[in-house]
Structure formats: C-alpha cells, structure tokens
Design a protein around this ligand. Structure first.
Ligand code: NDP
Length: 506
C-alpha cells in the first residue's frame, strides 16, 4: 500500500468533494436511507460492476514487465525491426497463467501454463501467446470448446469430472503427446520462473527480399527447470494457492530478475515439404537433431505491475498481432486463435480494449479510422477524418508492410492434415528416449492416480492409447490401474473406431 500524500480531499468519481464516508444519509436517526445519498449510490453501483468476465481459459495469472534483447543476427530470416540489430532492446509485458482453473484456483494445479509475451515494438505490438509445452492436445480449433468443457466442471454437479476428462482424451488420441507432458512433473512447474515457454505454433518469418522461413520459438528458463511432485503440488495447493504468483512478485521485488534465453528452430519451405512430420501440426515438435535450436535473444523481467487489474487482468494478448517480417502459418490451431483471442477481448474488455494503457502500443503511433464504441478513451481522434480515402491528409497504408504473396491450392472441404500423421510416435520418444527412470515412475503414478477415478471402459481405452505410444508405458498404466493387460493389448491393436465400439460395449 503506497499513498502517503497529505491533505488530499476525497472526491466522488466525478471530482466533487465527499463530505462523509462513514454514515449514509438518513431521514431521521436511525431512519431509512435517502435515495439522495448519491455518494452511497455511486459506491454501491460501482462495486456491483467491479468484476469483468473471467477469461474462459487462462483465468488465473500473474504478470511482469521487462525487456527483450537481441543476441544474434536474424536479418536473413526476418525484416522485423525489433529483431534487426544485436543488442537492440524492446519493452515486453509477460503474463503467465494456468489454463483450466477459475480465477481463484490454485497455482499448483496440474495444467499447462500460459506464457504470453507482448513486445512493444516500433512497428506496433507483437504478441507471442505460448505455453510451457511445445505441443497441444488437439490440432483443429473445431475441437477446442469441447476439449475445454471436459477440463472444466461437470454441467450437472459443478465438480471436476474424471470421466469427462479422460473420455474426450481417449477418444482423441492425437492428445497423447501433450497428455504425456502434462502428466510428467512438467505439468506442475515449481514456479513460473522455472519453466520454459514455447510458441508451440509454427510462424512464418520473411526477410526484406521476400524470402520466407518457418520458425518455432523456445524461451528456455535461465533459472533451470524445476517441478513439483504430485505430493508437493497437492500440499502446496492447500498451503498457498497463490504460490507461483507470490514467487514471481517477490523475486522481482528483491531484484532477482527472472530471464529466458530465446531459441528458434528454422525450417525452409523446401524442408517443410519433405519433413517426415507435418511441420504445422501442433501435436508434433520438430526434432532438435533435425532442426537444431539457435539462440537469438534473451528476455528479462524486472518490474512488477503497479496495479494488478489495470496491468494483468486487462492485459489482452492475441496471436493475430503480428509486425512486418512475421506472419501466420497454416497451423489450423493458430488460424483459429487468430480469430478467437481478439474476439474474447472484445467480449471481456470491450471494443476499445486496445486503448487501455497496458495494451496500447508504446513505441509506435496508432493512426487509423476506427472510431467510437464503448469506452472510446481519449479524444477519439478529435475532428480528424474518420473515413478512407479522404482528401484531408489522413494516414495512408504502407505497401511495404505487406506479407509477400503466397500460393494456395486444393479443394475447399473439411479435411484432416494431409501428411500421414502418427499420433503416437513422439509421445513414445518422450517416454523412451527423454525421460529418466524417475520421470517415468512419476508419470505413471500421476496418470494412474487421476485416471483411476474414471469409468473402467475409459481407463481401458486410454491405457490402450498409452500402449500405442510405447508398449511398456501402456503396460505400466494398465498394471497401475489393475486392468487386464491382455485386454489393453487387444484394444491397442484395433483401429480407433473399433476400440471405441469395443470399450463402449463393456
Ligand atoms: P531432445 O531429445 O533433443 O531433447 C529433449 C527435450 O525434451 C528437451 O528440450 C527437454 O527440455 C525436453 N524435456 C525433458 N523432459 C521433458 C518432459 N517431461 N516433458 C516435456 N519435455 C521434456 O528432443 P527431440 O527434439 O529429439 O525430441 C524428443 C522428444 O522431446 C519429443 O518427442 C518431445 O516429446 C520432447 N521435446 C522436444 C522439443 C522439441 O522442440 N524438439 C521441445 C520439448 C520437448 P529441456 O532442455 O528444457 O530439459
């Protein structure tokens, strides 16, 4: 709590002096309250409207200000000005979050963590709305609301429900890679400072000559990866539900500024055509051995927000906020998010949310013909022209800012990814090749202690999905749930449709 300025007069929201803030105005004593106590009416009315709609996902979060610094020359890949020179610094605001829980939920929940970065560049704000996982549960945005419903509360009981959770996942085997990460101890990072951030999506970078590349971002924590075990996270949820919010704030207050190294993976269009995985499928990574990460920058968070609501709750990130030199890829989840984030903010904050101080460009001017709408803060562009073209010297488009044209072809239809995708291989590689024995034991325990709450037919189906990723993985889950391993093996040999039918007959 800060304020220590003396002799200030308390006023209404309209600046008139308040004579008394302890006793409502009554007719007689005690007497009924008079409607002419306009100060009381203003207070009650404002209080009723203090909450804005909670984010439907990523509701619980913490944020901080800082900077991003370029450490390597990437001008052959992108013409983005904020990346144009080594040592160049750009202000950033970062918001970390959990995904499924409500605004009051515990920071230690098993959940992916949001990792959203707003770069205040001289060419406008550039937002990277990533997660602490390099992949996602689904690869088509048509499935997103269904998926999220299953991670939230049951429509009847208002309780979290293991049947919903695992039913959807077991019917959507493309999720198994992300599920394997989520149920490893990386699903419960120790703090927001001890986790990586990944773009997960592929983006297009193009240079001043119009040549383009596909790019994925990895923000690697310089604090080191640290995770909570299942036992530690359960305990912490009760002891300090805000532990990660507190940790971030306190670290920055004591000058222990968290930092991340930005690595990118780069793929040429020719390599993308030939890669063994679909490079735009968000349920897959690009293997490091195929596309070695290159370090290009560093991000440091060194200032806490002064006001949580103004800076964190009202912060609005959108993957559609690009700058020249960076553009979208055909990743369908990204394409869906290009619409959904902006639309969510229109609902949550109103049509002029970009005018709020945290969302306003800091290093670029805003010159456009949009006007009016709820909460048109500022002078609403005075008497300047509000249409284009005009003969009064209004802002003109800059053709140089165009993304180079690119070819598209094919049939308009609802169609799956073209490459013959394998939903299981990369999850298996994580289990077999990356995890230690201890990681695998924790993974199996984390899964079985949650999946045991679902119906047996769902347990069988999900165990078969794990089995398809890796035989030992599936067997250990089956054994941990005391399922018939032979039955799981049989189910794993079936097609997804046959498996669904077989388990639904149980
Ligand atoms: P490598 O074998 O070269 O490296 C393994 C990666 O996995 C490291 O980046 C490591 O992160 C990360 N990792 C370690 N434990 C876990 C965990 N429990 N959950 C998620 N990630 C973890 O990677 P490959 O490229 O050969 O890919 C092998 C597998 O590694 C993939 O199938 C994928 O599951 C996982 N992975 C791959 C990434 C990629 O972009 N290629 C990124 C992250 C994970 P750190 O360096 O921070 O320890």
């Amino acid at each position: 709590m800060k304020r220590d300025e003396k002799n200030q007069i308390y006023t209404t929201g309209f600046g008139a002096p308040v004579d008394n803030d302890q006793n409502s105005k009554t007719a007689g004593n005690p007497g009924p309250i008079l409607i002419q106590d306009t100060h009381l009416l203003e207070k009650l009315g404002h209080f009723n409207r203090e909450r804005i709609p909670e984010r439907v996902v990523h509701a619980k979060g913490a944020g901080a200000h800082g900077y991003f610094e370029v450490t390597d020359d990437v001008t052959k890949y992108t013409k983005a000005k904020f990346l144009s020179e080594i040592d160049k610094r750009t202000d950033v605001f970062v918001r970390f979050s959990t995904v499924g829980g409500e605004k009051g939920s515990a920071d230690a929940e098993r959940d992916p963590r949001g990792f959203a970065v707003k770069f205040y560049t001289e060419e406008g704000n550039y937002d990277m709305t990533g997660n602490n996982t390099p992949v996602f549960f689904i690869r088509d945005p048509l499935k997103f609301s269904d998926f999220i419903h299953t991670q939230k509360r049951h429509p009847g009981t208002n309780l979290k429900n293991a049947d919903m959770f695992w039913d959807f996942l077991s019917l959507t085997p493309e999720s198994v890679h992300q599920v394997t990460i989520l149920f490893s101890d990386r699903g419960t990072p120790k703090t927001y400072r001890n986790m990586n951030g990944y773009s997960s999506h592929t983006f297009k970078w193009y240079n001043k000559d119009g040549a383009y590349y596909w790019v994925q971002y990895h923000f690697k924590t310089e604090q080191g990866i640290q995770n909570l075990t299942r036992g530690e996270s359960s305990e912490l949820k009760g002891k300090d539900p805000d532990h990660a919010t507190r940790d971030l704030y306190e670290a920055i207050e004591r000058g222990d500024y968290p930092s991340w190294r930005l690595e990118i993976q780069i793929m040429t269009p020719e390599q993308a055509n030939e890669y063994r995985f679909d490079p735009f499928d968000i349920t897959k990574v690009w293997f490091h051995a195929d596309f070695p990460p290159i370090t290009i920058g560093r991000m440091v968070l060194n200032r806490n927000p002064g006001n949580y609501f103004a800076e964190v709750e009202q912060a609005a990130f959108s993957p559609a906020n690009f700058v020249p030199g960076i553009a979208a890829s055909p990743d369908k989840m990204l394409q869906g998010r290009l619409f959904a984030y902006h639309d969510a903010h229109l609902h949550r904050l109103g049509p002029n949310y970009q005018l709020l101080p945290i969302n306003r460009p800091k290093a670029a001017e805003v010159n456009y013909y949009q006007r009016d709408g709820l909460m048109a803060l500022g002078d609403n562009n005075g008497d300047n022209p509000n249409y284009y073209p005009n003969s009064f010297g209004g802002p003109e488009p800059a053709p140089d800012a165009a993304e180079p044209s690119f070819e598209v072809s094919g049939q308009a239809a609802r169609q799956p990814y073209i490459h013959p995708n394998d939903d299981f291989f990369q999850a298996g590689e994580l289990y077999r090749r990356v995890m230690t024995d201890e990681d695998r034991t924790h993974l199996i325990g984390n899964i079985t202690s949650h999946l045991c709450n679902a119906q047996k037919r769902i347990q069988l189906r999900q165990a078969a999905v794990f089995y398809k990723a890796d035989v030992e993985y599936g067997r250990r889950v089956a054994e941990g749930l005391e399922l018939d391993v032979k039955e799981v093996e049989n189910l794993a040999r079936m097609s997804q449709d046959e498996r669904t039918q077989a388990t639904n007959q149980n």
